[in-house]
Design a protein around this ligand. Structure first.
Ligand SMILES: NC(=O)C1=CN([C@@H]2O[C@H](COP(=O)(O)OP(=O)(O)OC[C@H]3O[C@@H](n4cnc5c(N)ncnc54)[C@H](O)[C@@H]3O)[C@@H](O)[C@H]2O)C=CC1
Ligand SMILES: O=C(O)C(=O)[C@H](O)COP(=O)(O)O
Length: 387
């Protein structure tokens, strides 16, 4: 079997090697010619899969090791009888780590600690739900906007209560976290969900974090508001026209990262593994690998806290030991300066530094720091109180 795998997918040889010959290509270079004789395509979100790509090919299965599927024309796959899998939720916890890092950084800009904010979560799926749980456990007040779920609750216990509409969320929150997929059709489309009107309505000082899909936010309108008033703290991970994103917008926001909110080794490995499981099932073969055996131990195993830190200092220290969004912001601007935005955006992603999820770090607490246990657990760390 011939298997074409995006070069940005870790553990591909381990997961797919037993099935045949693997060829690797950068996702944006995968084209009709390279797909020609391939049986299986294993991708991430940067390869558009449509009639044009598959024309004349014998592809039987397409897997995308990502949560998002907006790059795949699912109707074309169905019409051609091609098997398909994505990786729901694979890097959702990593995106929540990203948001926590953003919230802690924002406090250094406006002096508001996370629990002094009211956070509006737009899109409460795998990412938004986990974000809601972690923020609520940290004592942060949250409002949630998810019209599809408000109308069609996921669980029997979940009614429309608890959801608000987007205008209410914008009017009542000083922090907005956008986690919607790109939906083009149907009753709840999300292209420019945050349009010029919504962006104008954001109250001065609002912290805006966007980590779903770039097209859900009108970048030109945001740029205009930042030029006119510069009264928002905008932190963008996703952009219109990636990788050739709006250079000026990237310079005007407080944090600009190149679509890496979910880029932990854990999130990527889970994505690869979920697609491996789906492919083996599709082929009627047993899964001989387990996620645990594939997962390498973290480089930073533990850290120890003693007395002397307040709650947010302790959380900031542990968070930054695992993940510091400032490094990705500086990384993108450095790559942009040396290689230009369109090249630098992908180059930084391809050489992305090793990052692990908060849950891989054990925080040991000496008796003097015991009061931080519940808060650090709520934030996603493993906590052990020591003598
Ligand atoms: N920046 C990054 O690195 C990453 C970005 N993503 C993006 O984040 C998106 C969300 O991920 P998940 O939560 O796992 O997806 P999901 O499919 O589990 O949840 C999406 C949620 O958005 C809601 N939604 C749909 N239309 C809406 C609308 N008009 N207004 C408000 N809510 C709406 C849905 O009802 C659903 O609850 C993904 O589709 C993907 O595009 C995911 C992982 C990493
Ligand atoms: O999982 C998703 O959906 C994402 O947005 C990915 O984490 C993005 O990764 P790439 O596809 O850009 O490598």
């Amino acid at each position: 079997m011939r298997i074409l795998v995006d070069a940005n997918i870790p553990f591909a040889q381990e997961c797919f090697g037993e099935l045949g010959t693997i060829k690797r290509l950068p996702g944006r270079e995968i084209d009709t010619a390279s797909v020609g004789k391939v049986d299986i395509l294993i991708l991430r979100s940067v390869t558009r899969v449509d009639e044009a790509l598959l024309d004349g090919s014998k592809v039987r299965f397409v897997g995308t090791c990502t949560i998002g599927t907006d790059h795949i024309d699912l109707a074309v796959l169905e019409a051609r009888g091609i098997g398909f899998a994505n990786a729901p939720g694979c890097n959702a916890q990593t995106v929540v780590d990203y948001v926590l890092s953003c919230l802690l950084l924002a406090a250094e800009h406006d002096g508001k600690q996370p629990d002094q904010r009211r956070v509006g979560i737009v899109g409460a799926g795998n990412v938004g739900r986990r974000l809601y749980r972690r923020l609520s456990a940290l004592g942060i007040d949250c409002l949630v906007c998810d019209p599809p779920r408000a109308v069609q609750p996921r669980a029997e216990t979940e009614g429309s209560e608890g959801f608000v509409d987007l205008d209410t969320l914008i009017a009542e929150c000083d922090t907005l976290c956008l986690h919607t997929p790109l939906v083009e059709e149907g009753p709840y489309p999300t292209r420019h969900l945050l349009d010029e009107r919504c962006i104008e309505a954001l109250m001065p000082g609002t912290l805006l974090i966007s980590a779903g899909r770039g097209d859900c936010l009108d970048g030109a309108a945001l740029k205009q508001r930042l030029i006119a008033r510069n009264d928002l703290i905008a932190m963008l991970d996703v952009w219109e026209n990636e990788p050739a994103i709006d250079d000026e917008l990237a310079r005007r926001v407080t944090v600009a990262t190149p679509h890496i909110a979910g880029y932990s080794l854990d999130g990527k490995l889970r994505g690869t593994y979920q697609v491996y499981q789906a492919l083996m099932q599709y082929l009627g073969l047993p899964c001989r690998l387990t996620l645990d055996t594939l997962s390498p131990p973290p480089a930073l195993v533990s850290l120890t806290l003693d007395a002397g830190l307040d709650k947010w200092q302790a959380l900031r220290l542990c968070t930054r030991a695992c993940y510091d969004v400032r490094q990705d912001h500086l990384g993108l601007s450095r790559y942009q300066a040396t290689r230009g935005m369109a090249v630098g955006f992908d180059a930084y992603r391809a050489e992305y530094p090793l990052r692990r999820e908060f849950s891989t770090l054990e925080v040991k607490l000496k008796p003097g720091a015991g009061q931080h246990a519940a808060m650090l657990e709520a934030a996603g760390f493993r906590v052990r109180e020591t003598a």
